[in-house]
Structures are given as C-alpha cells and as structure tokens.
Design a protein around this ligand. Structure first.
Ligand code: ADP
Ligand code: SF4
Length: 689
C-alpha cells in the first residue's frame, strides 16, 4: 500500500552538519544493556531498527575513559582498539540499510562511581549526584576537578572521537544530560567553581562548548557532532538576559553543535511510564529550542502516532522524531508508516519493562516485542518467522501469552484455533487495563487481535470454557494451554514467604475485584507482590470514594516500581488521592473489623479498623485443564505457557507465548553465545588521582 501523503514530511531527508539523514526517524541513544561484551547481540539489535526504517540509529552511552565506569549497570566503552572492533560491527550493520550510525560519548562524573575501575569520581565541585538513589547509590564522594582534569576530560573526548570515527560512526554526541559530568557543569547547584568554568552561565557552558569543538577538531569536521542536553532544571532557573537559563544556554550554543538532542533531567520524567504521563510529555520543556537555534532538533516523547509526529514537525517543535521505546516495541515503525500500514504498528505501552532491564543489568526486554534482544542469540526477527508450521493448533486462553502464541503460530502457517472462556479476549488485561493509568497497556491485546483478525488461518472462539474432553474432541495436532494464574488470599511472614490462606469475611484477591466485587470501605490493600497491581488497585478504590490504606512489607509503595520509573509517581499519586501508606509491615490477622499488623523487623504489633482487605501477594501457576490432559498426552502434543506455566509480569507471558510458538514441533532449538573482542594490549589509560 502507498503511504498516506500527509505523512510525507516524515520521510524528507534532513542534513546534520556534514551528514544527510534519509528521513526524520531518529533512534536516539538508549540503554540496551548490551555492552561491548555482546557485540553481535548489540549489532543485530541496532541493525533491526535500521532495517525497519530508522534513518539514524544510535548505540547506547559509551564511556570515554575508565574514570567513567557505571558498573554494575551495563555500559559500553571506547577505550581501546578492541572497543573499536566491537562497535564497528554495529556501524557496518546500520550502514547496510542506508542509515546513519550515532554514538553518545559519555563521562558520568559524580554519577559514575567507578565501582570496578576504582577511580575517585570526578565532579565540578565535589557534590555527589543522587547518592541515595538506587542506580547511583554509593558512599564514594567525588573529588573536585582541577584545570588539568578539565584538560584531560577534553582530551579523552577527542581520543574517543577518533576511535568512534574509526569504528564507523557518522554522528558523535557530547552528552550534557541526566546528571552526567558536562551537565553537572551547567547547573549551579553542582557547579560552584570560581574559575572560568563556574559562576555565570557563560562560564558554566564553556566546558560543553570546548568538548564539542574538541570532538569536531579530532575528526576534522568529517563527522557530525550532536549535543544531548537536559533542559528540565535549567528551564526553571531565571536568567537576567533570557526567559530562563535553558534559553540562555541554548542561545550561547546555538551555532556550536550540528544537532541538538533535548531531553529531561531525571529518568522518571525522561523515560516516563504511561501510567502517569501521556505521549509527547517533553514538549513543555523543549518547545523553545527551534526559536533560538537554526540547527536541527531531535526530541522524544514515546511517539507512536504518525499524526502526532507530523504535528511536532509542522508546529516547529522538532526536526527529527526521536524514538527509544517506540523503536524497541516496533523496530519497523517507520517502514509501516511508509508502506501505508499504520494499523500494523506495535505501539509501545509505556510500561518501562525495558528500562528495568538496564536496572537489572541485562539485555533489553520488551513487553510488546518479545524478539527484542533475541535477534542474534535466537535469530528472532520482529516481523518474520519461518513459515514451516503444519497441522492444527488449539490455543486455550487468550491472555497475553495465548494471543502471542496464536499469532506466531499462525504466522508460521499453522491452522490456529484460539479459545477463551470469556466473551472478550485479553486475559488479565481485560480488567487490569481498566485500572487508573493502565489504559495503554491494552495495546498488547489490540495489536495482536488486529493481526489475528487479518489472518485467514485463524479461528476465534470466545465464550468457550473448555474441559479436557472438549479439547480431546477438538482433535488438534498440538494444544497450547495458556490459561493464566490465580491470585491467592495468603498472608506472609516477615520474610515474605506465603503462609496459609486467610479465612475471614471480606478478604479479596485481585481476581475477586476483576470479577466485579467492590469492597466495603474502609479497605486495606496488603501488597507483597510490590509491582504495579497493588498500588493501581489502591488508586482505583480511592477513586470510588473509599477510605484506602495501602500496606507493604517493602520500604516504599510499589517497591519494584523503581525499576520501571513508576515508584516516585506512585507516591505522588497516593498523596494526591489521600491513600494512607504504611511500609515495612505485614498483616498478621483480620476478623472483618480489625486488621492486625506487625513491623517486619521489631515485630511490634499495631491494629487498624477496616471493613475489607485486598491481598496482592502470591500467584499460583498450574492449570487443572493441563493436568487433566497431561496424563494421556502424546510426546510433543501438549504445551503449557505463560502465567499458567510460571506466573510473572505481562512481559514474561508474551515472551513465553512467543517462545512456545517458535519452538513448537522444532526438533532442536539452539541459542548462540556472544563473546567480547579481547584487547590486544591490556594496558588501559589511567587517570591521575
Ligand atoms: P497469561 O498472562 O499467561 O496470558 P491470563 O491470565 O492473562 O494469562 O489469561 C488467561 C486466559 O485463559 C483468561 O482470559 C481466561 O479466561 C482463559 N481461560 C482459563 N481457563 C480456561 C479454559 N478452561 N478454557 C478457556 N479459556 C480459559
Ligand atoms: Fe514500550 Fe514497555 Fe516495550 Fe519499553 S518494554 S518499549 S515501555 S512496551
């Protein structure tokens, strides 16, 4: 199909200094967890986006020197020739598709506490960066850089730039964002210097300007030089000569880089969860750039709608549509717009499981795209599967796992029957996506249902509560059981191990609420699952006007939500909705009137009066249907997947469903193992202390 002419503007080539981008789709640098230890995995991950039509494809942050070491968080480096070889795989792969390759040269300063290299962290004025925030948490305090350190920093950028060009990168970034070293120079809170690099905005900008000049000179103007800069704090600071310090900084730098990449300062706002933040949320902070500079501007905002993208260009907010999460969820997003297949876009749901992978220190995982990170290891392409499926498959259960399994099996060529006892397909997302803020999560269902409905070899059977005899009678060659898990009404001990079920009036699980139960208030939500569901239920019940107390064994609400950038916003939301928060407590008993609690460390007992209790704790896998069928099943006939196999987040169910479908009937399943390039010379440059 031809592309809609109203999207033509997105496919215009745009100049970035000495380079020409083939369109306006710009995959900005984003963490992938793929360090130089996995060069083939990384190259294939980035190549898939170039193949999918992104005109510029960036790799993640690359340390310019061992004094910028983020371990245990995964980071790449450009320290030696082994690193050059490692990155060259990625640039060659990106160039094969006519896209430009970009690299973000990175020095973390006080935000990189050098746990492995053990250099004292560097900083403008000895002030730590968020030392009690989990990713940065450290008792190491940075030292103050002297004039020689500043010269070293500029030289390290120049040396890394030479290596980056050698590795084949077209666009080299200087990174003055997200709390990293050049950013620390920009902000007066961190920069209290009295030399030429501190004090006035002019002085605070000097280092960034010198870094850009050094990178350009080192590569003799052959590479484009981009500046990535965070504007959130600067935009709040008054300036004597401009509307804000952000305007003043950009005014001073307006002709210096070939491209501005603008973003927020803190991960929770920069990579904001859809639960609390809509598409395009950066606009209020970055909307002024183009009124100050003639250089092209790229920005992000979880853009998945081509109409919004066009509007960003036409209204003069951005020149390039930056994508990180939308490019992970659908590497082929630009190509689908180009081919007039907008309805096929697998839209990012804004769950931030991808960012949690970085916090976990592993390759990126994505709820919507189970192939992300598996392009090389398992040879999975996000759009193509081997068309080798034969015979009929019955998939029982149309939650995220069953939907993904059915779609992938149908693409393999199987005749697929998908049955669910509910009238509406979607499994747990039927109800969960109706909880406050989780509406966009329904895209997991919408995308798959949209694709399934297009395929002639798929039959859908809603309202089909299947028993073992039903399944046997159906007679499919393969049966995939994806019937989900159950929440249990179990309390737990101080060690969070589940104890027995709580027998008391008005005790509910999320399954009861999903079935339509509305608890009587005041209500307590006891959460030892600690991801999103407990806090989302508390928000929903508060929205119904109930008096809600949220109790958790952890030290914060939605404790695991720090991994997905949700946690700070959950706390803000609780405060706004009047939800009482109790931390580090377990529920020890309930009689329908009074809830007994114990502090998890001291054991001190507390009591509060509530009429109902919702327990969000522990889920049981297993399926009676599977057990009934397993006894007589022929080898290779019956497959258990998703939450019914092992309960997890939606990302796990989609991944399991995909894997089950890819591997069904395949005799030998293999996965490749990546390895780093060994440096020829083990000497690394050391920094003077
Ligand atoms: P997952 O996350 O693993 O996809 P879900 O709990 O989201 O699991 O979805 C499981 C789906 O299976 C639900 O929609 C449920 O209605 C359906 N289901 C459970 N048991 C049966 C059954 N015996 N027959 C048909 N559908 C079933
Ligand atoms: Fe989007 Fe979630 Fe995938 Fe991240 S994990 S790209 S937020 S769908």
């Amino acid at each position: 199909m031809a592309r809609d002419p109203r999207f033509d503007i997105l496919f215009e080539p745009v100049r970035i200094g000495p380079k020409l981008a083939r369109n306006r789709f710009f995959q900005v640098p984003h963490a992938s967890g793929m360090t130089n230890a996995a060069p083939h995995v990384r190259a294939a991950f980035r190549e898939t986006k170039a193949a999918g039509g992104w005109g510029v494809v960036s790799t993640g942050a690359c340390s310019v020197h061992p004094s910028s070491d983020d371990s245990p968080f995964p980071f790449a480096s450009l320290w030696d020739q082994a690193d050059v070889r490692s990155h060259a795989l990625m640039t060659e792969a990106v160039h094969r598709h006519g896209s430009l390759a970009a690299v973000e040269l990175w020095h973390g300063g006080a935000a990189a506490v050098n746990r492995t290299t053990r250099h004292a962290p560097l900083s403008p004025s000895g002030i730590p960066w968020m030392a009690t925030h989990v990713p940065f948490m450290s008792s190491a305090r940075p030292r103050v850089m002297d004039a020689a350190d500043i010269r070293d920093l500029i030289r390290w950028h120049a040396e890394a730039a030479v290596k980056a060009e050698e590795a084949g990168f077209d666009i080299l970034y200087v990174y003055a964002g997200m709390g990293y070293l050049p950013y620390q120079f920009l902000l007066s809170d961190y920069n209290q210097r009295t030399d030429d690099y501190g004090g006035s905005v002019r002085n605070r900008v000097r280092l960034v300007e010198q870094l850009i000049d050094a990178v350009r000179e080192a590569t003799h103007g052959r590479c484009a030089v981009a500046l990535r800069i965070s504007m959130q704090e600067l935009r709040t600071r008054p300036s004597e000569v401009a509307p804000t310090e952000a305007h003043e900084v950009i005014g001073l730098l307006k002709d210096v880089p070939d491209l501005f990449d603008v973003k927020m300062d803190y991960s929770a706002f920069d990579c904001a969860a859809s639960r609390y933040t809509p598409e395009g949320s950066h606009e209020t902070v970055v909307d002024f750039l183009k009124s100050v500079t003639d250089k092209p501007v790229v920005g992000v905002g979880r853009f998945t709608s081509p109409d919004t993208m066009v509007s960003m260009i036409k209204r003069g907010v951005l020149d390039f549509i930056g994508g990180a999460r939308p490019s992970i969820a659908d590497p082929f997003l630009p190509k689908k717009i180009e081919d007039g297949r907008v309805e096929d876009i697998r839209e990012c749901i804004g769950c931030n499981l991808c960012i949690s992978s970085w916090h976990d220190g592993v390759w990126v995982r994505c709820t919507q795209n189970p192939t992300a990170g598996e392009e090389w290891r398992r040879g999975w392409h996000p759009e193509i599967v081997r068309r080798d499926g034969q015979g009929q498959v019955l998939v029982v259960g149309a939650g995220p796992a069953g939907l993904e399994a059915a779609l992938t099996l149908a693409r393999r060529g199987h005749e697929v029957a998908l049955a669910d006892k509910a009238r509406e397909f979607g499994g747990r997302l039927r109800w969960e996506s109706r909880l406050p803020g989780l509406g966009q999560w329904h895209r997991v269902v919408d995308y798959r249902m949209g694709q399934l409905r297009k395929l002639p070899n798929v039959s859908l059977y809603p309202e089909s509560d299947l028993t073992a005899p039903d399944v046997a009678e159906f007679g499919a060659e393969h049966v995939v059981i994806a019937t989900g898990a159950r929440w249990l009404p179990h309390l737990c001990g101080a060690n969070e191990l589940p104890s027995g079920p709580l027998e008391a009036p008005r005790v509910y699980t999320p399954d009861d609420l999903a079935a339509g139960v509305v608890p009587e208030g005041p209500v307590a939500v006891f959460d030892y699952d600690s991801y999103y569901l407990g806090s989302a239920i508390a928000e929903q019940l508060a929205g119904l006007g109930l008096d809600v107390t949220y109790i958790t064994t952890a030290g914060a609400a939605a404790a695991w939500g720090f991994m997905t950038n949700e946690q700070p916003l959950v706390h803000q939301s609780f405060a706004a909705k009047g939800i009482a928060l109790r931390t580090l407590e377990v529920v020890t008993g309930f009689d329908g009137e009074e809830l007994r609690l114990a502090q998890i460390y001291s054991g001190e007992e507390r009591r509060i009066a509530v009429r109902s209790l919702v327990i969000v704790g522990y889920r049981a896998a297993g399926s009676a249907l599977h057990e009934a069928l397993a006894a007589d099943a022929k080898p290779g006939h019956l497959h258990l997947t998703g939450d019914a196999n092992a309960p997890g987040a939606i990302v796990h169910a989609v991944y399991q469903g995909h894997k089950t479908a890819r591997e069904l009937g395949v005799a030998t399943v293999t996965a490749r193992r990546d390895a780093p390039f060994a440096p020829r010379d083990f000497q690394l440059p050391e920094a003077a202390e």
